[in-house]
Design a binder for this molecule. Structure first.
Ligand SMILES: [Zn+2]
Length: 113
């Protein structure tokens, strides 16, 4: 499952941060998930619970923040909001849109002990 490897990479980041910032437990993770990232937040939350068992983030709360997709319309030369990959520009109807944001996953904030 795609979400399983995403959850595993989140735990890896948490372990790295724990070494850098010297904390022992993670209580809450605020995770930004782009609308275009092909990631199902419910599946991710489930996988997060599974992969954090026995880790520093066991029992941690995962708060998923959906961020909108962003693109650049080549026809109007302006930024546009992209609800879904493959959607046309909402002002000119062109399909020539380059995705510029909202296609990734990022830890925004951590609550730790
Ligand atoms: Zn356009």
């Amino acid at each position: 499952m795609h979400e399983m490897s995403l959850a595993e990479s989140v735990v890896e980041i948490l372990q790295e941060e724990a070494r850098r910032q010297a904390f022992a437990r993670v209580r809450t993770v605020w995770l930004e998930v782009g609308a275009l990232s092909h990631c199902d937040p419910e599946a991710l939350a489930f996988c997060f619970d599974v992969v954090t068992r026995g880790s520093l983030a066991e029992g941690a709360r995962l708060e998923i923040l959906r961020t909108p997709g962003q693109g650049w319309c080549l026809a109007c030369s302006r930024p546009v909001v992209v609800a879904r990959r493959g959607d046309p520009c909402d002002s000119c109807g062109s399909y020539q849109i380059q995705v510029t944001g909202g296609d990734a996953m990022r830890i925004q904030e951590l609550e730790v002990d």
